[in-house]
Design a protein around this ligand. Structure first.
Ligand code: GLN
Length: 313
């Protein structure tokens, strides 16, 4: 358990990776200099079962920054800390249909959901709101994400400083949030903490383990730790289903048919409840900010393996 094993499943994943390596459309995220420079040929796919077996192919041990894939996991930590009702009073759960970095609030002046930056920065600020320092908040998040992964995760300092130096858009969002009373923490501290959260470093193999923890009702399959409750997982996976792939969420749920979350480093985590966590990594993105080859691999695997949630067993 927890060790990558050779089987027809890894052979199948190797085929998918090789088929998807033939071309490489899209572009690396350009607005974060460190991400723009990442080797865009990299590609990997990994699956972790709820009983802790890991199958993978391609670049599944290459480290990258987690970026927006941190959002559902930090949302889970916020719900564990404060309870769902309290969190729902601060961040709504309606799909926005807008880009991930839109400066938007709903009619109640709440961020529309925790998967877009406005909602994710608010969610970040809810961790230890009024009780934790900026450093303690980040450390709580880093430790929490590490529990999902089943190993201690570090930070990509290069990605952190590179993004922070040009984070004008996220600063605008944070000042808007503060102006409307959505966040209580100082905007600059929220942007710094959130950017650091996005720079937590991991591999596709780690990410598929994080997905498997969600697939397993919040219990890490290898360490056996109950990281969050099944009720929290239910909420997180529901929001991932409706909002995880931003303004592509509708197409995603029709074609792939299970909850997922993408990050601008080119990673995508997917969760088939009760079965598997999955992760893909390939840096080039489409217009919505989702990995092109990652999306393609999910579509292919979901179709060939008949994984869509809405299909009868
Ligand atoms: N750190 C990135 C940002 O806030 C994360 C965005 C993403 O992965 N979609 O812009």
């Amino acid at each position: 358990q927890g060790v990558q094993i050779k089987s027809p499943i890894s052979d199948y994943l190797a085929t998918v990776v090789s088929q998807n390596s033939k071309d490489n459309p899209g572009a690396n995220a350009a607005y974060i200099p460190e991400l723009a420079a990442v080797n865009s040929d990299q590609i990997g796919a990994c699956v972790t079962t709820v009983d802790g077996y890991v199958y993978g192919a391609g670049d599944i041990d290459v480290e990258f920054s987690i970026q927006s894939v941190s959002k559902p996991f930090v949302y889970a930590l916020a719900i564990e800390e404060h309870g769902l009702a309290w969190v729902l009073d601060r961040v709504d759960v309606e799909p926005s249909g807008e880009a991930f970095n839109e400066l938007s609030l709903d009619g109640k002046q709440l961020p529309k959901n925790p998967m877009i930056n406005a909602g994710a920065m608010t969610t970040h600020s809810l961790i230890g709101e009024g009780t934790m320092t900026v450093e303690q908040r980040f450390e709580h998040i880093r430790k929490g994400l590490s529990k999902f992964a089943g190993r201690d995760l570090g930070v990509d300092e290069g990605s952190y400083s590179s993004e922070l130096a040009t984070a004008y858009r996220n600063f605008s969002i944070a000042y808007m949030l503060k102006n409307y009373g959505a966040i209580k923490v100082e905007p600059a501290d929220v942007v710094k903490g959130y950017t650091r959260q996005c720079a937590i470093q991991l591999t596709a193999s780690d990410l598929s383990s994080m997905g498997a923890t969600l697939a397993n009702g919040g219990k890490q399959p290898v360490t056996g730790e109950q990281v969050v409750s099944p009720e929290t997982v239910r909420q997180v996976l529901s929001v991932m289903t409706t909002c995880g792939m931003y303004n592509e969420a509708g197409h995603w749920v029709c074609e792939v048919g299970f909850p997922a979350k993408s990050g601008v480093s080119g990673c995508v985590v997917g969760v088939l409840p009760g079965n598997i966590g999955m992760a893909t990594f390939s840096p080039r993105l489409d217009e919505a900010g989702n990995s092109v080859r990652g999306t393609r691999m999910y579509k292919q695997i979901a179709k060939e393996m008949v994984l869509h949630m809405m299909l009868p067993p």
